[in-house]
Design a binder for this molecule. Structure first.
Ligand code: AMP
Length: 426
């Protein structure tokens, strides 16, 4: 039985213990407990974990410790730890974690991602770095121009490997693997294990320790999930109705397309809800600004497409709203994982129109449970009527403490509701 309960039990060195304390972490998350001892022993690792589980600290803390315990002189253009991340946002967050945890260790950290000038990145790398966090495309560019050498890499981390494959990075990854030293410490994290992933894992990891913190397709127990059946044409009004409730403080809204994200954001602005859309067509600085505003609480809503939202790490997300259901069930799991991070509770609401009922059924099959039908809906919908193939299941699945289920609030505290429009079924 695992009786480890504190970071000190994990044999982390003093400066790292101080930094986790400064971060306000009182005890390691399950993945940290399981992973850190193996990584300190230098074992290869396959971690099946989503963002929100504390996986970044699970690998950055032990890697920092290994670097600190084996100091070496920096070599121009070389790096000792290489972390590959699929998106700029995730790369920035991982880099920030290394900065936070390694604050008093005097490590030199480098960050490289595309869409911005390479000049500062080249400058940082010119004298070598202890850790480089990079997206694959920019790293290859820098490699080809000779601005970085991977000959000194001691540890290689492939973060969110499933997303790397989804985004078509496999060839870039193979090119990078080809120039890494044969003998190295390998870590691979993925939220799911498709057969394609199996091949990648076998080509990278040597006798890995396997750690799974949640089965690939299980949804966090702490998330209160519900579905609202609504006609496509009324989704925006339903959104405005929800935002009349002040509980909706810090909300991520998912849309399937970039245009959809823009349209929702423009609509919310019109009804007085501060919001910003982030997606691949926005510049890196626009995305980062939106994220900063959102983190600082100056925006109530961030509207995101799946790729832009990947790895976004914002604490205390009050709600995740699926404005459109994703056509891949795994994506649903990723989306709702934005709320209820690191052990807190959260709420995920999915809008479902008549055309999306098949997606909902797929999702329920994969998460192996029915999503509660939210009965307090301002609008009737075709989707609700079409859904009688799947009778609504009433189950209360852990609404966060202090929050009344909508529809059970005392009179007078009901959220303001726009006047429901009569619904015909023509
Ligand atoms: P990650 O899964 O790495 O994206 O981390 C998700 C969130 O959990 C981040 O906001 C971290 O700051 C936070 N976190 C990481 N480790 C802990 C911990 N031991 N206790 C509480 N929060 C943590």
């Amino acid at each position: 039985m695992n009786t480890t309960h504190t970071f000190a039990d994990l044999k982390l060195i003093e400066p790292l213990l101080k930094s986790v304390e400064r971060s306000g972490y009182t005890q390691p998350t399950p993945i940290q407990m399981k992973v850190i001892p193996h990584l300190l022993e230098g074992k290869d690792l396959l971690g099946i974990a989503q963002t929100g589980t504390g996986k970044t600290a699970a690998f950055s803390l032990p890697l920092l410790q290994i670097l600190a315990e084996n100091p070496k002189r920096r070599v121009a253009k070389q790096v000792r730890v290489l972390v590959l991340a699929p998106t700029r946002e995730l790369a920035i967050q991982v880099h920030e974690s290394f900065q936070t945890y390694g604050e008093s260790l005097k490590m030199k950290l480098a960050l490289a991602f595309g869409g911005v000038s390479q000049v500062p990145q080249v400058h940082t790398l010119s004298s070598g770095a202890d850790v480089l966090v990079a997206t694959p495309g920019r790293l290859l560019d820098l490699l080809m121009q000779g601005h970085v050498s991977l000959a000194g890499v001691e540890a290689f981390v492939l973060d969110e490997a499933d997303r790397m494959l989804d985004m078509g990075f496999i060839n870039d990854i193979r090119k990078i693997l080809a120039v890494l030293p044969k003998k190295r410490h390998n870590l691979l994290f993925s939220a799911s294990m498709a057969p394609e992933m199996e091949r990648l894992v076998n080509s990278i990891l040597v006798n890995p320790v396997k750690v799974a913190v949640t089965p690939p397709s299980s949804t966090a127990e702490l998330i209160n999930q519900s579905v609202m059946f609504v006609d496509k044409s009324q989704k925006r009004e339903l959104l405005a109705h929800l935002f009349a409730d002040n509980e909706f403080k810090r909300v991520i809204i998912f849309t399937r397309t970039k245009h959809g994200a823009n349209r929702v954001s423009e609509f919310l602005d019109r009804v007085g809800v501060s919001s910003r859309a982030i997606h691949g067509n926005k510049s890196q600085s626009a995305r980062q600004n939106a994220l900063n505003e959102f983190k600082a609480g100056r925006l109530r809503a961030l509207i995101a497409t799946d790729i832009a939202a990947r790895g976004i790490d914002v604490d205390n997300i009050s709600h995740v709203i699926n404005f459109e259901l994703p056509n891949e069930p795994e994506t649903y799991v990723h989306r709702i994982g934005r709320t209820a991070r690191a052990g807190t509770s959260g709420v995920a609401i999915s809008f479902c129109d008549a055309e999306e009922i098949a997606y909902l059924k797929q999702i329920e099959r994969v998460i192996k449970k029915s999503i509660v039908v939210d009965r307090e809906q301002p609008f009737h919908s075709d989707a609700a009527q079409n859904s009688n193939a799947r009778p609504p299941v009433q189950q209360n699945s852990g609404r966060p403490r202090g929050q009344q289920p909508r529809g059970q609030q005392p009179r007078g505290q009901q959220p303001r509701s726009p006047k429901p429009r009569p619904q015909g079924r023509h």
